[in-house]
Design a protein around this ligand. Structure first.
Ligand SMILES: [Fe+2]
Length: 160
């Protein structure tokens, strides 16, 4: 997951893409950019699981955590396969999200980040030429749409 609010993008993808040295085509670099964001999402949801007193919020955060961690692995493998060197960095979204003490507000912030990922993937997918990467990113898009809906319908989210 990549951090986003209405006014700013919470990570610097350009540096990561340049450093990735992915050679297949220019659009494959999106996998590299998304990895740090998914890592941030995985850490935010894990941290939320540890902080939550409510068992339902813990279960919700853990289910999203498992998916975010899964996409980290998928993106890591895709970057390797495409000849890049995956970053070990975590998106700035992590610090921003964890600074939000109220978990309902944090989940709302998480969902805005997930929505940024969905928009990015929808924009990038038609341009991705590598078939395996296309399948991975398409599955990631659909999973993010499902998780946004799951969090939105949970009843725990509120706007900031
Ligand atoms: Fe995500």
């Amino acid at each position: 997951m990549v951090g986003y609010s209405n006014k700013e993008v919470d990570f610097d993808s350009s540096r990561s893409i340049v450093d990735a040295r992915i050679k297949t085509d220019g659009y494959s670099g999106i996998a590299y950019a998304l990895l740090e964001g998914e890592r941030a999402g995985a850490r935010v949801t894990l941290g939320t699981t540890l902080e939550a007193h409510d068992a339902d919020i813990r279960a919700l955060a853990m289910s999203i955590h498992r998916d975010e961690a899964h996409w980290c692995g998928v993106l890591f493998a895709a970057i390797k396969r495409l000849g890049g060197e995956p970053s070990s960095g975590t998106g700035a979204f992590y610090d921003k999200a964890m600074a939000i003490g109220d978990l309902a507000s944090r989940l709302a912030f998480l969902n805005r980040g997930q929505a940024w990922v969905v928009r990015s993937l929808r924009e990038m997918l038609p341009k991705v030429k590598d078939e395996a990467l296309y399948r991975d990113l398409d599955a990631m898009l659909k999973a993010h749409e499902r998780n946004i809906e799951k969090v939105a319908r949970s009843g725990f989210v509120k706007s900031r």
